[in-house]
Design a protein around this ligand. Structure first.
Ligand code: PTJ
Length: 268
């Protein structure tokens, strides 16, 4: 149920508010029921990772900003959860890097596409691709509804940002020769493994940080961006995220403390 007043001092208030936002957007048709479940999986990883933007995530965000700034045709792909959680930041990023925004859904319906478009427009987007008949092209090798793309957007993009993705499309887009940037809290997912650049962070933190870093990097020029891109190894960076999980869990096992100190005060 949404509308529940979350006490200000509740130690899990931030996390609960994110849930409320998703539920609200579930009720207005933007988020799908599976999206709520997917968020739960993300939450579990976020909890273990310490609910902050850690070093490998920050590194990947910087590389992602460089890739987006040097792209010729960058596209931000938006699904239900992304629209619900970071519509405003999606539009800000699109402006900062001159990218197109395209709606691309796993559970596709015209109602959801239109609701997401409206939300993005309400957040300042002047153009939203991939809605209805505009998604007239097909990604080869994909059988899900995600295969439907806009000929002005993902089809011709060289760099695609895909927050909260499913692995199949990431793999197919990479096979098409595109750079894929994924934001996924699960470093073990197929998406995380197959993407060109993987940001293991919560989309609610990663997107505003991406906007901030892209703006800074823009002032430093393209040479700086190319240098950042050359020095990046996604598998190595992902391994750091996995090591972080291992270290956090062994720390807890040793001390038998809770991962989040706050939880000691107040369990849900
Ligand atoms: O809106 P639609 O129709 O496109 O459907 C969207 C969902 C999310 C249901 C669909 O893409 C899906 O089923 O995704 P998966 O395969 O469950 O993958 C979602 C991934 O996102 C998982 O690896 C989660 O750990 C991760 N995740 C969930 N919430 C967040 C997250 N990653 C970053 N930030 C989050 N807030």
């Amino acid at each position: 149920m949404t509308g529940t007043k979350i006490p200000h001092g509740h130690p899990r208030a931030k996390s609960l508010r994110i849930r409320e936002e998703l539920i609200e957007h579930y009720n207005n048709g933007i988020v799908t029921d599976a999206g709520l479940i997917a968020h739960g999986r993300g939450e579990a990883f976020d909890y273990i990772l310490g609910e902050n933007t850690n070093k490998p995530a920050l590194n990947a965000i910087k590389v992602a900003a460089a890739a987006l700034l040097t792209a010729k045709k960058p596209v931000i792909s938006v699904n239900g959860n992304t629209a619900a959680l970071v519509a405003r930041e999606t539009v800000q990023l699109a402006h900062a890097i001159k990218a197109k925004i395209e709606v691309n859904l796993f559970y596709r319906s015209l109602e959801r596409e239109l609701a997401i478009k409206k939300l993005l427009e309400g957040s300042g987007a002047s153009e939203v691709l991939g809605v209805g008949k505009e998604a007239s092209e097909r990604i080869p090798e994909l059988s899900s509804e995600r295969r439907r793309v806009d000929p002005q957007g993902i089809l011709i993009a060289d760099v695609v940002l895909v927050p909260l993705e499913d692995g199949d499309r990431t793999e197919a887009l990479v096979k098409m020769g595109k750079k894929v940037i994924a934001i996924d809290l699960n470093p073990l997912s197929r998406t995380a493994q197959k993407a060109t650049i993987t940001i293991v962070d919560n989309v609610v933190r990663a997107m505003p940080k991406l906007v901030e870093i892209a703006a800074k990097l823009k002032n430093q020029g393209m040479m700086k961006c190319n240098e950042i891109l050359l020095n990046f190894d996604n598998q190595k960076n992902l391994a750091e995220s996995k090591t972080l999980i291992k270290e956090r869990l062994s720390e807890i096992a040793k001390t038998s403390k809770h991962l989040n100190i706050e939880d000691e005060k107040h369990e849900l």
